[in-house]
Design a protein around this ligand. Structure first.
Ligand SMILES: Cc1cc2nc3c(=O)[nH]c(=O)nc-3n(C[C@H](O)[C@H](O)[C@H](O)COP(=O)(O)OP(=O)(O)OC[C@H]3O[C@@H](n4cnc5c(N)ncnc54)[C@H](O)[C@@H]3O)c2cc1C
Length: 320
């Protein structure tokens, strides 16, 4: 069996950047992705617009041309797919890594299809696979969604959107504009401060004019087939409901990291242990790249600021 210099787990923007950098440096490499190319982006809402401008999403300075300064999801799919195909990157798609085991100086990477060996492994698995759940009765009902795609589905329906960040606010506005009756349920006292600067005034105006209802400082207590029970500062209230969009964020697969021997901080942030100069974890020759580095602080890393991980890692591997 051929031993790779580096196997990269995850074919998101940062995994692809790592593959490209490995190729440029003459390292033998393989990217293993459990879905299609940039699987997370493929599952983003179909009308989603990035908060970053296109040049900040570029990898290896390959120009990203978009119609507007901030690209849409489809343009990003096109961009990253073209990078993979035109650079003939060595990527295996629809192949899920199940375990990574190190013995002496060799990693054995086992997928649902095959096994591989490598001297170095990069984990670039992001955080989009595991939603933060509400852990309340009724969450397992089919009408509860942790991923939002297209507003057409919700026309003429009573939709409760849980959350106050970009995903929740985008979904609330889109559904309202396609004729849904939208209620926002927000744990804090305001719409998130990190909501895109051109979207925040829109949602605030819709709330103030009464087009979108909101409960601030409120928690969803129970989801029933046709109703929701909400704890509000004025007391417990019940509203009619057809669908719940629980857009309360996502988290990295900590279990996977722990299985690999990566230690995590003991606080609620669960920050993985890695060297900030080299991206190498406490397991020698095992590296982290991309948004997985932030632990529960999923707002800390994005494509914009984590695309540099690729060069840092491949420089380190080459030096070794
Ligand atoms: C709605 C939304 C909007 C965003 N907008 C922006 C923005 O405007 N600008 C910005 O810079 N960032 C943005 N981000 C943040 C960031 O860009 C994304 O999270 C980005 O996808 C991170 O890239 P990544 O390669 O680190 O992880 P991901 O893109 O999540 O890639 C991880 C990949 O690993 C794969 N994978 C996971 N487990 C396995 C396994 N066991 N085996 C094989 N493959 C596996 C997944 O399928 C996935 O394709 C946004 C995030 C979200 C959710």
């Amino acid at each position: 069996m051929k031993k790779f210099d580096v196997v990269i787990v995850g074919g998101g923007p940062i995994g692809i950047a790592c593959g490209l950098e490995a190729k440029k440096k003459g390292l033998s490499y393989l990217i293993i992705e459990k879905g299609p190319i940039v699987n997370s982006l493929f599952h983003y809402p179909s009308n989603m617009q990035f908060f970053s401008s296109s040049e900040k999403l570029e990898i290896d300075e390959i120009p990203f041309i978009s119609k507007e300064p901030k690209p849409k999801r489809d343009e990003a799919l096109e961009y990253y797919r073209r990078i993979v195909t035109s650079n003939h990157l060595n990527i295996h798609l629809f192949e899920k890594v199940q375990s990574v085991i190190k013995s002496d100086s060799t990693f054995e990477i086992t997928t649902n299809k095959k096994s591989y060996t490598a001297t170095n492994v990069v984990i670039a698995t992001g955080f989009y696979d595991l939603p933060n759940t509400l852990n309340i009765p009724g969450e397992d009902l089919e009408k509860v969604k942790h991923y939002y795609d297209n507003p057409h589905y919700y026309a003429q329906q009573k939709v409760a959107v849980i959350g106050a960040s970009n995903s929740a606010i985008d979904a609330a506005l889109e559904c309202y504009r396609k004729g849904a009756e939208v209620t926002l349920i927000i744990r804090g006292s305001e719409v998130g401060q990190r909501v895109k600067y051109w979207v925040r005034p829109d949602i605030i105006n819709r709330i103030e004019e009464g087009s979108i209802k909101v409960f601030y400082n409120a928690t969803l207590k129970e989801i029933k087939h046709t109703e929701l029970v909400i704890d509000t500062p004025e007391g417990v209230t019940t509203i009619e409901n057809d669908f719940v969009l629980a857009l309360t964020g996502y988290k990295p697969n900590f279990e996977f990291l722990e299985q690999l021997g990566v230690s995590l901080s003991n606080d609620e942030k669960r920050l993985p242990n890695y060297d900030q100069e080299t991206m190498e974890t406490n397991v020698p020759n095992l590296f982290l790249a991309g948004v997985i580095c932030g632990g529960m602080e999923t707002h800390k890393w994005f494509i914009e600021n984590s695309r540099i991980h690729a060069k840092m890692i491949m420089d380190t591997i080459l030096k070794k």
